[in-house]
Design a protein around this ligand. Structure first.
Ligand code: ADP
Ligand code: MG
Length: 418
């Protein structure tokens, strides 16, 4: 902002000075190209043609200024022009550059600070391509790389993945183990049975039968059934079907931030409908984001400190509706039924993948067990909202939020010392 003001002042000074001296800038540039003899007398000087007009130039009073003086004026004007151009370029960088891209049925809004319009449009077109690749490779039900892998698992064949899928499997195995199986991306068959392989919410009709659910659960699908050998995946268990719905958005946001950094961009926010990660700042102020509340609105806002991810999982947006009963899309892998009693979980940590998977796991953990699962994942900034609207917060989270409502708040320690 200061640059813009300063460069406008410089421009104004330049124009004012030249008007006051009645020496058009162009005259001086023309003179630089064809220097006038220091001894030129007022009158006709056929050597100089200015303003693009094809007529001889009548040398004005100022042109009889000493040659050294004119050269000095010229040099200072050129310097001022260069300063103006540099500051105007900085001015463009002082603007927010933003784009809305689309992946897995979600709009991803990307805002950059400190990038030129050219850098931003280059970054956005590369990211658009990246997102198309993710959509094609990670989709749980549209035919692509992941459905091929799942078909191979069902038939006991090995399948070739890529490094991103391998990374999601590897991290999922760790997170499944530390959450006591509450986060489990191998339950794709169960998610499909519930009808949650769709982008068209809400879905309606009765839930699947207990018999159908039990048939899947008895075969105990787990991401730890998958063996990784380079880029090759193989499952011991034919019921394993990968569904990255609880982790893909987080990992996509991480890869986006990594790519922006590779492009030399260090101030950005990548926001997938309120699930986001930010780096750097918004010029001379930090990024500030709202934390979503079940049923709409916000719990409050948070100032993002450098590089952080903020993710919220909820049971209120995607669900099956059977008459008056709602069955949310986050399933408890131990029972095969939707998780209940927590309406939303918000996590702040330094990585989108972990924040996303953890938010899903804590919903499954429920009001009784979420502090234990947060501790196992080494998370200290957590906010949980129950069905009655009470907000449970870790002390670290409470310090971060600037609350916007007067909801009932309860502080819950998750560290073993608390
Ligand atoms: P949202 O961002 O919509 O709140 P989540 O990040 O919690 O959603 O992910 C929910 C999705 O994750 C479901 O649609 C399903 O694909 C998958 N899923 C459901 N239950 C689990 C679970 N227990 N563990 C891992 N993935 C799950
Ligand atoms: Mg999630």
């Amino acid at each position: 902002m200061h640059h813009c003001f300063f460069s406008l002042c410089c421009l104004w000074a330049l124009v004012f000075r030249n008007v006051a001296n009645k020496v058009p800038v162009a005259v001086e540039i023309a003179q630089a190209v064809v220097p006038v003899s220091p001894n030129a007398q007022p009158g006709i000087n056929p050597a100089i043609n200015i303003w693009g007009q094809n007529k001889d130039f009548e040398v004005r009073k100022e042109d009889s200024l000493p040659y050294r003086h004119r050269v000095l004026t010229l040099t200072s004007n050129i310097t001022l022009i260069i300063v103006c151009l540099i500051l105007l370029a900085a001015c463009q960088r002082d603007q927010e550059q933003s784009a809305e891209l689309f992946v897995f049925g979600t709009i991803i809004e990307i805002k950059l600070w400190g990038a030129s319009p050219e850098e931003a449009s280059h970054a956005f077109s590369e990211l658009q391509q990246m997102f198309q690749g993710m959509h094609r490779d990670w989709h749980a039900w549209e035919p692509g790389r992941l459905t091929n892998i799942n078909n191979a698992f069902a038939q006991g064949r090995p399948a070739t993945a890529d490094k991103d899928i391998v990374e999601m499997v590897r991290r999922s195995q760790q997170i499944e183990a530390s959450t006591g199986g509450r986060f489990n991306p191998a339950i794709g068959e169960l998610v499909r049975l519930w009808g949650f392989h769709t982008s068209d919410y809400p879905i309606t009709g009765p839930p699947p039968s207990q018999l159908q659910i039990s048939e899947i659960l008895e075969q105990k699908p787990s991401s730890t059934d998958i063996h990784i050998n380079g880029l090759e995946l193989r499952s011991d268990n034919p019921v394993v079907q990968l569904d990255f719905g609880g982790i893909a958005k987080g990992y996509a946001v991480d890869l986006t931030i990594a790519h922006l950094r590779e492009l030399g961009i260090s101030n950005a926010i990548v926001n997938a409908g309120g699930d986001l990660r930010a780096i750097g700042s918004h010029g001379d102020r930090p990024w500030r984001v709202a934390i979503r509340k079940p049923g709409g609105g916000n719990i409050g806002s948070v100032q993002v400190n450098g590089d952080e991810a903020i993710f919220t999982s909820g049971n209120y947006e995607r669900f099956r509706q059977d008459k008056t009963v709602r069955y949310p899309h986050i399933l408890d892998p131990n029972t095969g039924w939707p998780a209940k009693d927590i309406a939303s979980v918000t996590i702040i940590t330094d990585e989108g993948l972990l924040a996303d998977a953890a938010a899903t796991a804590l919903i499954v953990a429920g009001l009784e067990h979420w502090p234990k699962v947060a501790r196992a994942l080494d998370l200290d900034q957590v906010a949980v909202v129950d069905e009655a609207g009470t907000v449970y917060l870790t002390p670290e989270m409470e310090k971060r939020i600037q609350f916007s409502g007067d909801a009932n708040r309860v502080i819950v320690g998750v560290n073993s010392s608390q």
